[in-house]
Design a protein around this ligand. Structure first.
Ligand code: NAP
Ligand code: MG
Length: 402
């Protein structure tokens, strides 16, 4: 079989610790033998970010803007302990935060489903994707204790003068919080959600609480609706249905829903419900993530971190049983998207076959330790990191030779 060749550049972003070890194994065992990926490589190993004063993070984000598709390994966000351990100049910012800001992107998380790991919610037959609007609201709020008696007001100074609203006349002590969002950020978010729903051809929900926060959440609803109207023809062509729901209605309905839906959430709702949905589907090792910009640039990754505890075992020379599924699906997501954009059907077929190989392995009872306790029936033993990838490689070779 001759190698498949990707026409245009795929931006590869390497990372840290156990996921960096797995990353290399995936490339060597599952990708390089079959496909010429036309990679542009950026090394976000924490030491290289430090050596370049984090310039490499900005560079890789700009490369995604230029080429349209990237794939990223998990990276350390350094805290005081990592600064000491790696002798860093400072605790550099989260690379994901930097890349997200440059792409003005939204993160979509989707679980990989297999039929021997039943979700906690029985009606969930297909994946539920959660999008979180990761800007503003309580995450950028100003808050204060209030020593009563006190009058607290909201004051807006604009071109037309000063406008004040009394929030509360406190008789005793209390608390106050002022939060905001911007039309621009909400609009970018709505556009990214619409792009993603069209790309995946799945139903799109947006939930908020506009019955209570008539102005604040009402503005979210209105902007979302405007963007949906703007994209109406594209949504219809892709068969994507849009629903606006009250957030409590969305929560009630999702528990009876078969899945196959993109649930777009405001910031706090996304924070809370992404953890609920992730836990409901099983292991972090099976949760994929993609960052989508409003103009349709895609960066694929695993939702989990660098799995540091396992890396410490690996450094001692012990075999680990680390789940590589989300990292493999980051690669297949990126390869499929590159293939679709460039009209390279073989690349799309390859991504599908690699995903099918992973799923067949797990469904035949070959799985890492994190899945053993979730699987029904429970397999007698688990495999280690390398054994799992070896089994996937075997299945993939069979499929590609047929
Ligand atoms: P983590 O790497 O996600 O791992 C937390 C625990 O979850 C692991 O110790 C392991 O549990 C389990 N786990 C996660 N992924 C797994 C997998 N693929 N296979 C098997 N088990 C898995 O989170 P963390 O330990 O809190 O963070 C480590 C580093 O990752 C930090 O430096 C953090 O900043 C970074 N991080 C990066 C990203 C990113 O780049 N996208 C995201 C989150 C965190 P057991 O120990 O019980 O086996
Ligand atoms: Mg959370």
């Amino acid at each position: 079989m001759s190698k498949i060749v990707l026409k245009n550049v795929l931006v590869e972003i390497d990372g840290d610790e156990m996921t960096r070890v797995i990353w290399q194994m995936i490339k060597e065992k599952l990708l390089f033998p079959y496909i010429d990926l036309n990679l542009e490589y950026y090394d976000l190993h924490v030491k290289n970010r430090d050596n370049t004063d984090d310039q490499v993070t900005t560079d890789c984000a700009n490369a995604i803007i230029k080429h349209g598709v990237g794939v990223k390994c998990a990276t350390i966000t350094p805290d005081a302990d990592r600064v000491k351990e790696y002798s860093l100049k400072k605790a550099w910012r989260s690379p994901n935060g930097t890349i997200r800001a440059i792409l003005d992107g939204t993160v979509f998380r989707t679980p990989v489903m297999v039929n021997n790991i039943p979700p906690a919610v029985l009606s969930w037959k297909k994946p539920i994707t959660i999008a979180r609007h990761a800007f503003g609201d309580i995450y950028k709020a100003t808050e204060s204790l209030v020593k009563g008696p006190a009058k607290v007001e909201l004051t807006i100074t604009d071109a037309n003068g000063v406008h004040s609203h009394v929030i509360n006349e406190f008789k005793g002590d209390g608390i106050v919080l002022g939060m905001f969002n911007t039309d621009k950020s909400i609009r970018s978010y709505a556009k990214a959600c619409i792009k993603y729903a069209i790309s995946e051809k799945i139903e799109l929900w947006f939930g908020a609480k506009d019955t209570i926060a008539k102005v604040y959440d009402g503005r979210f609803r209105d902007i979302f609706m405007e963007e949906v109207e703007e994209a109406r023809a594209e949504l219809d062509a892709a068969g994507v249905n849009f629903r606006y729901l009250l957030i409590d209605d969305a929560v009630a309905q999702i528990m009876k829903h078969p899945g196959g839906v993109l649930w777009a959430c405001k910031n706090y709702d996304g924070d809370v419900f992404s953890d609920m949905v992730a836990a409901g589907f099983g292991s972090l090792g099976m949760m994929t993530s993609v960052l989508v910009s409003p103009d349709g640039k895609f960066e694929y990754e695993a939702a989990h971190g660098t799995v540091r505890r396992h890396y410490m075992e690996h450094l001692k020379g012990n075999a680990t049983s680390t789940n590589s599924v989300a990292s493999i699906f980051a690669w297949t997501g990126a390869i499929r998207k590159r293939g679709e954009l460039d009209g390279v059907k073989d690349a799309v077929d390859f991504a599908n076959k690699l995903e099918a190989s992973v799923i067949e392995c797990i469904e035949s009872g070959i799985m890492t330790k994190d899945l053993v306790f979730l699987a029904q029936p429970k397999p007698e033993k688990h495999v280690n990191t390398a054994e799992f990838l070896g089994a996937v490689a075997g299945k993939l070779a069979e499929k590609l030779n047929n």
